[in-house]
Design a protein around this ligand. Structure first.
Ligand code: ATP
Ligand code: MG
Length: 389
């Protein structure tokens, strides 16, 4: 008997001709997720399921935890492999029953038989296994309608597998299958969630953090690094750029109307992020903006912000309430870090009465006072990036 982890593939099962490409990408993601887990792992793909086998040393619990963060996988199921022989199936079932059943009081057996030559049919396999469970654990009751535990017996080409219900996987499609995106990553709650949502839909992520030294300090940057590290558990390795906007902010403060500061600054962020995206092969920007959340996220403000970008700006949080974003931040593990206190470059120069209905003409008039190209070029010269994950 061998312990195994069964990874049920999600949406990629539906990908017709591209399926081979998606499969190999996903297998590469799985290998990467296991690179720091104890033990050597090997893989075998069949029937929309990737079987992961470990050696004697393998840390299966640690592996399952990592695999729950791989996009493209619908469920992660720890189980056992055995001979395609009912005596062996029954033996393993008896030995591992307590672990599979956990605290459940009711169960049903479910058999899947992809090897049609196997002498027993699915209902017969269920009957034999159900009887075995009841004789080993008379305290359990059968409930075929709404069981607390489903014990699945799969008879496949090369082996039989026994497992419980398994845990929900990360869903989505494999990272990298949907191109590359440049995430504007602040230290807040929303932007890490936005990055996670895009990675779930297959985007490889790079991130840029805009700092304003000395108004923002090392602690703020450390916080963004920590968020990028948590994101990388889901997205794989990412490049975190930092770009200083100090000269731009000071120039805006000295020359422009206060109520337009935030939007003028956001337009510079878009321009700088676009320049990095072009340079490093990203096809879109991603922000954590949500409609109406703050003054700079009204429809009119978003339109003015978009105008400064020459590539699509994805805002996956746009229709989420703050509390919905918080739920996601908790799920992905960024919330506790996001709420640590820090100075954000936007808050240092926040206007007292920001314009919620800006006119593009008015913005362009303010910008006419500035040497946009020069400011941008000097800001981009401060770009440094580090590999995270
Ligand atoms: P978040 O919680 O993500 O910081 P927010 O609700 O605080 O979002 P803003 O501060 O107005 O909203 O920023 C909107 C979006 O702009 C952020 O989600 C992020 O994508 C981007 N952004 C803001 N500040 C920065 C920054 N210092 N560096 C990089 N991106 C930023
Ligand atoms: Mg913010």
């Amino acid at each position: 008997m061998k312990e195994i982890i069964l990874l049920k593939y999600g949406e990629i099962v539906l990908k017709g001709l591209n399926r081979g490409y998606f499969n190999s990408l996903l297998e590469a993601r799985v290998r990467r997720a296991l690179k720091d887990v104890r033990g050597d792992f090997s893989f075998d793909y069949a029937q929309s399921t990737l079987c992961v086998y470990g050696d004697e040393e393998a840390d299966y619990a640690g592996a399952a935890d990592k695999l729950k963060k791989v996009f493209g996988i619908a469920s992660v199921c720890r189980g056992y492999g055995c001979e395609k022989d009912m005596e062996d199936v029954k033996r393993v079932l008896r030995e591992r029953l307590d672990g599979i059943v956990g605290g459940a009081k009711t169960f049903k057996c479910d058999a899947k038989r992809s090897d049609k030559k196997f002498p027993l049919k699915s209902p017969e396999i269920c009957a034999v296994c159900g009887g075995e469970v009841l004789s080993a654990r008379p305290d359990l009751k059968v409930d075929v309608i709404d069981p607390e535990c489903v014990i699945t017996i799969e008879i496949r080409d090369r082996a039989a597998f026994i497992h419980g219900r398994g845990e929900k996987g990360a869903g989505g499609v494999p990272v990298g299958s949907g191109g590359r995106a440049m995430l504007l990553l602040s230290g807040g709650i929303d932007s890490p969630v936005a990055g996670h949502m895009m990675a779930k839909r297959g985007a490889a992520i790079d991130a840029v953090y805009f700092e304003t030294p000395p108004y923002t300090g090392e602690a703020a940057k450390q916080k963004v690094r920590a968020l990028a590290r948590i994101l990388s558990e889901w997205c794989g390795e990412l490049h975190l750029h930092s770009v200083s906007l100090t000269e731009i902010q000071e120039t805006l403060a000295a020359n422009c109307r206060e109520k337009l500061f935030t939007l003028l600054l956001r337009r510079f962020m878009m321009r700088a992020a676009c320049a990095l995206a072009h340079k490093y092969g990203a096809g879109c920007l991603v922000t954590g903006e949500s409609m109406g959340q703050v003054a700079s996220q009204t429809m009119a403000a978003l339109a003015v912000t978009d105008d400064a970008s020459d590539m699509p700006v994805m805002r996956p949080c746009i229709g989420l309430d703050k509390d919905e974003i918080v739920v996601r931040a908790r799920e992905i593990g960024t919330f506790e870090t996001s709420i640590l206190p820090y100075e954000d470059c936007c808050t240092v120069f926040t206007p007292r009465h920001p314009d919620t209905r800006p006119e593009l003409a008015e913005i362009l008039e303010e910008e006419a006072k500035l040497d946009i190209a020069g400011l941008l070029e000097r800001a981009l010269a401060t770009d440094r990036f580090e590999r995270i994950g």
